[in-house]
Design a protein around this ligand. Sequence first.
Ligand code: GLY
Length: 344
Amino acid sequence: MKNIKIELKNHSYDIFIEKGILDKANTYIKKVYNNKNLYIITDDNVSKLYLDKLVEVLSNDFNVKYVVVPHGEESKTIKYYTYVCEELIKMDIRRNELLVALGGGVIGDLTGFVAGTLYRGIPYVGIPTSLLSQMDSSIGGKTGIDFCDRKNILGVFKQPEMVLIDPNTLKTLDNREFNNGMGELIKHGAIGNKDLLLSLVNKPEIDEDIISQSLHVKKRVVELDEFDTGVRMTLNFGHTFGHVIELKYHYKHGEAVAVGMLMALKLGIDLGVTQKECYDVIYNILKAYNLPLDEYDYKEYMLDILGDKKNLAGTINFILLTSLGECTIYKMTEKEIKEKAKCE
Ligand code: GLY
């Protein structure tokens, strides 16, 4: 079992990583919650795999109710936000009662947003079941839904009370979904842990130790910058280009991050910021996990980036690697971006 404590100014919480932790989730949740009613939010795919088991386990200590939404991005919308809130209110949920997010990133983001807004905030515990959500969205308190065709545009920072990660849930992911999560894990190695990154070349089992090493990279930056105004931006390595590519060509998120990392590496090399060897090393690791290696010329996408929500008053913060395991925030003005863009 691995335990990581996320220590923030006003709130700290534990992440427990253990094979089989789902089977004893009640004993962990008891550490942070001592009321009786508990509400699981999940989707119709994950519910088939884990809901019965989780309800049985949690019923040893709690009165368990649940809300099931459809799987996929369509549930990260006002429609399902409203639906979940209405169901919870019909069940007479009180503001000191607990939500449990059982599922991948959509469920974590939706549940966290409900938890952050219903009664101005109720507690929640995350049980992420996809590698992608275990690596990223379940940690750090970014919650929200899509709106007006923009991803994650309505949201709040709402930290969980605890996160339980069961590596056994990775066994039920298909290859593409598993590799999708690897996109974020490789990113953590690239920006903050060279040894972790290099170890991935041999495709090790993604066990408690590797998950923990990867999350330590995220822990470091979230603790320094909970509200994403500075160093936390480094987690966006591969995302600036990745978001554009994801929207245009319908990759999965981790796949788009993989392509976006390659584009950012090329940009960094052209700017003289990134050591040339970084590209080949990361390319080979992405290849080992069958992540897309599609070549998009970053210059052709520079203008699209200006519309991104990370565009702060005409400046874009590109996250560039300096060397393997080290990165920097590189600011470019709108003018500099236009100059780099091919069409100008
Ligand atoms: N997914 C990036 C972050 O949590 O800041």
